[in-house]
Design a protein around this ligand. Structure first.
Ligand code: SF4
Length: 192
């Protein structure tokens, strides 16, 4: 089974499409985060999500990975806006894949982490308002073959009509997961 672990309610970004209230909620106690791992087994996979997992202190990340080393899940994926990569590089060898939410807005520039690019998947969230910028953005980063492109939901949602248009036009630049997520009526695994 796949689990998504909400490691913190906090984030250093303020994306207008974020569905987590990252600036007004109380901090999630680490004891609660550790307890959420109680049902995880070695046959399961886990997304290390947030808010932004990079907001955790080094001691909290250490506690989490001490427990994860014992459970030894099948796969650990990190969802990050890059803060975790900068702040907790010592733990990256314990992570199997990274979903790097690389820009808040399509007007922004991607900061490239110094990592083996094979295990980084670039994630962008596209709102209805910014959809017209997608062409230029993908052209600028044409050396990245595929992005995990998510049409935003709930907050500043992209309409289903635009989502279908996006899938038809950019399917060759979209990961299989993003094709599936955009065509699914249910909330996606990233929570965006
Ligand atoms: S969408 Fe992600 S990066 Fe943006 S504010 Fe929310 S948690 Fe932070």
């Amino acid at each position: 089974m796949h689990y998504s672990l909400n490691t913190t309610n906090k984030c250093d970004w303020d994306c207008k499409y974020c569905i987590v209230d990252v600036h007004n909620q109380p901090i999630k106690p680490i004891e609660e985060v550790l307890k959420d791992l109680d049902t995880l087994t070695s046959k399961d996979s886990l997304s290390f999500a947030g808010g932004e997992p990079g907001m955790l202190s080094k001691s909290d990340v250490t506690l989490l990975f001490d427990k994860l080393k014992i459970i030894n899940p099948e796969h650990i994926e990190l969802l990050t806006n890059g803060l975790f990569i900068k702040k907790h590089a010592d733990f990256l060898h314990l992570i199997d894949s990274i979903d790097y939410h690389c820009v808040d807005s399509l007007n922004d520039e991607i900061q490239f982490p110094d990592l083996d690019q094979n295990y980084v998947e670039y994630v962008i969230v596209v709102t209805e308002e910014e959809y017209p910028l997608l062409d230029k953005f993908l052209e600028k980063y044409k050396f990245i073959p595929k992005f995990n492109i998510i049409g935003s939901r709930e907050v500043q949602p992209m309409s289903m009509k635009t989502k279908l248009k996006m899938v038809m036009k950019y399917r060759d630049r979209m990961t299989d997961n993003s094709l599936k997520v955009n065509l699914s009526p249910e909330c996606n695994s990233l929570g965006y």
